[in-house]
Unconditional design. Structure first.
Length: 98
């Protein structure tokens, strides 16, 4: 598991926060759906443009997704969250069988 990266809040309807590590050229994005992705070999200029872009989600779709390899670094849920997720999944699976 990669160590967490310092991220800063963004004014965006799609992206909650973003962080950049110039030493490794890693960009980390936390989406409003709770997922966190770390993109590799992203030039500093791309991060700078993201911060200035009026549409952060649109910029990510056009300029980052599919252009840089990424890894899901979302932390695993706590035990109780996992139990709740499992229960919800079983309920949903039961509905599909009806």
């Amino acid at each position: 598991m990669l160590p967490p990266m310092l991220r800063h809040p963004l004014a965006s309807t799609a992206i909650l926060s973003a962080g950049y590590d110039p030493a490794t050229q890693s960009l980390e994005l936390e989406f409003r759906n709770g997922r966190i992705y770390r993109y590799a070999n992203v030039p500093r200029g791309v991060y700078d443009f993201l911060l200035r872009s009026p549409s952060k989600g649109g910029f990510v779709s056009r300029m980052i997704d599919g252009k840089y390899s990424h890894q899901d670094v979302t932390p695993a849920p706590a035990e109780q969250d996992l139990a709740h997720a499992l229960q919800a999944s079983l309920i949903e699976a039961g509905r599909r069988q009806d």
